[in-house]
Design a binder for this molecule. Sequence first.
Ligand SMILES: NC(=O)c1ccc[n+]([C@@H]2O[C@H](COP(=O)([O-])OP(=O)(O)OC[C@H]3O[C@@H](n4cnc5c(N)ncnc54)[C@H](O)[C@@H]3O)[C@@H](O)[C@H]2O)c1
Length: 458
Amino acid sequence: MRITVIGCGYVGLVTGGCLADAGHEVFCTDNDPVKMQMLEAGKVPIYELELDTVLERAQKSGRLRFLRNSGEAIRAGEAIFICVGTPPTETGEADLSAIDNVARMIASEARTPKLVIEKSTVPAQTGQELKKVLAVYSRNGEVRFRVASNPEFLREGTAVGDFFHPDRIVVGVEDKESERQFREIYKPILERTFSCPVHTGACPATGTPPLLFTTIASAELIKHASNSYLGLKISYANTIADLCERLGGNVEEVTQAMGLDPRIGPEFLRAGLGFGGFCLPKDIQAFVKLADRAGVEFGMLKEAERVNRRRMDQFLEKVKRALWVIKEKRIGVLGLAFKPNTDDIRLAPAMEVIRRLLAEGADVRACDPQAMERTRALYPNITYNSDPYAIARDADALLIVTEWDEFKRLDWKRVRELMARPLVVDGRNMLDPKTMMELGFEYHSFGRAELSAAVAAP
Ligand SMILES: NC(=O)c1ccc[n+]([C@@H]2O[C@H](COP(=O)([O-])OP(=O)(O)OC[C@H]3O[C@@H](n4cnc5c(N)ncnc54)[C@H](O)[C@@H]3O)[C@@H](O)[C@H]2O)c1
């Protein structure tokens, strides 16, 4: 099928790249000329595992094209995926101006019938507004638009694998023709006729992912309801961690046992610095606002947000308690991206950690395998080094903010020898407290026994 993708960010590139790689003819466009220039030149503007392989293969096959002329891109596809950003406004609601902008553009540029698909995360009722905009701005009243919602569940860091091997595909439609088109779009995924970029050899033998057809409003709600639930789960685990700290339990033992109950499941029960990134915080905020406007009190989500905000204070309190005075201390921040295997720093906890450390006069040094360039644009005056050992040298403290494997695998004995003072505050419970204590560190994490060589000495 001929498919148009508008918005070449994380979601647009993965959607467009994977659909083209799987056999469709895809036309991608974006209003950022710098991004388009890079993409035309075969460069990938974001870091996402296997995305470069997928885009290169699809471009070489001629099935994936990047078009600066958005009108041309719109006219080329039978189905149009809208993948533009929906960032939070000052009040926490989703800013839908990019969606509105794209809808008006589609209405004026289309010459033939189109299936217009919301892939961006939007609040319920957006589909109805989209339909209205497409109708009223259509210059040529004869063009028929059908609107659908197809929320995206990919996780940055494993996005390509998630696209080819989804847990479920949710589609909100209003008519049989749209349903038929979606079956065609996702046929290569459902029948596994793609050449998998993630697995060498055969893909794991999981069943066909469920393709769920719902109303448009349900599909929109499913996305916000899912992300908000994940946020709730993390905040729940973090509150258990607080209890463990007060009562002497170990949060990992508690959440591991909880997760073995299939009704609970082990995912998203990791205690630590809390959730960040472009999706969870903004989607919860937008869902709370949506509920408020609908007259439904969603207090438990507000509490989940509050618990999450408090994590940052608690983390920095741990740093302060250990260091006493922050001013002029050399503090190494390990991890800038909001999670491992991405370069995305949008609403990443590390940004707030750095802001607060600088406000207290710390000498901040930072390291991340992928996100240093992006962070430099925000904090040009701190010291960056891609070598974590260089960050450790003469440091008064190391803060673990993102649990990259590269940090897990460090020679921590060497790290201790390099540091001015062997203090590690682990915001991700990435390391084992006992091992760290045996290596001679003062080590603090969330919801686990506070150990230090001095304290543990017989
Ligand atoms: N990033 C994720 O992990 C993820 C996962 C699921 C859903 N989502 C949702 O998908 C949407 C996109 O997220 P993203 O992370 O890809 O955002 P992004 O900011 O990386 O990409 C959005 C792109 O849209 C482009 N754009 C904005 N306005 C435009 C316009 N008028 N015309 C053409 N292009 C325009 C921007 O230049 C940018 O390249 C959001 O609603 C997000 O909540 C994101």
